[in-house]
Write a protein that binds this ligand. Structure first.
Ligand SMILES: O=C(O)CCC(=O)C(=O)O
Ligand SMILES: [Fe+2]
Length: 206
């Protein structure tokens, strides 16, 4: 259904080995790992998540106005069962690969549905909680219509990096990335279809 990445893994046996992820060191102790086509059968996962997750809209105060957050959300805290067995497998693979470096497992899953190119998330770091003060990791699985993730050093003065996240792709933001860099999913005139992002985070990071 969606155009997969060129490196799409098609034998359907499980996620591609995370050892194949490519690390890019950013400034100030931040890094990203990228693995295109990480998840097999991303079409089916996308359809299941779209249909089964209790997506909800949120409203937030922006200065004196209350506005709709331009994407739908669902949050699974550490006591909640993940909404799909493929996400259980994904989390197990992330834990097996990253726990020695991270020092703890991933615990929560935040899901976002970008209904079309008008949905977006503004520049931010995941700094509600420990990401504001400690090195950590946020692992994002992307399914559906490809969208760009932008990254820039906090406080300006650096070049903006763009990573196109395709159907089934993984990006992990690590080290100081949440406090020394910011990320965003900009609106897109090109992206017509929906995208779902699944963010795995350790305890106390949001
Ligand atoms: O949709 C994405 O890949 C990014 C989402 C994000 O940055 C967040 O929810 O904190
Ligand atoms: Fe974020």
């Amino acid at each position: 259904m969606f155009q997969g990445s060129l490196l799409d893994f098609t034998d359907g046996t499980g996620p591609r080995p995370l050892a194949e992820a490519r690390r890019t060191n950013l400034s100030h102790g931040a890094w990203i790992d990228v693995l295109p086509g990480w998840i097999p059968d991303a079409d089916a996962l996308f359809e299941r998540l779209l249909a089964s997750v209790p997506w909800r809209g949120e409203r937030r105060r922006m200065y004196e106005r209350v506005v709709d957050v331009p994407r739908l959300l669902a949050f699974y805290d550490e006591s909640a069962a993940l909404p799909d067995p493929a996400l259980v497998d994904a989390k197990a693979a992330l834990d097996a690969h990253y726990t020695s470096e991270l020092g703890e497992p991933f615990r929560t899953a935040g899901l976002c549905l970008y209904r079309d190119g008008r949905d977006s998330v503004a520049w931010h770091g995941d700094t509600i909680g420990r990401g504001a003060t400690h090195d950590t990791m946020v692992a994002i699985l992307s399914v559906g219509t490809p969208r760009s993730l932008l990254l820039r050093p906090r406080g300006g003065g650096g070049r903006t990096l763009r990573r196109d996240l395709g159907h089934g792709d993984l990006i992990v933001m690590g080290g100081s990335c949440q406090r020394t860099w910011e990320h965003a999913i900009p609106k897109s005139a090109r992206a017509a279809g929906p995208r779902i992002s699944v963010q795995f985070r350790p305890r106390g990071v949001r």
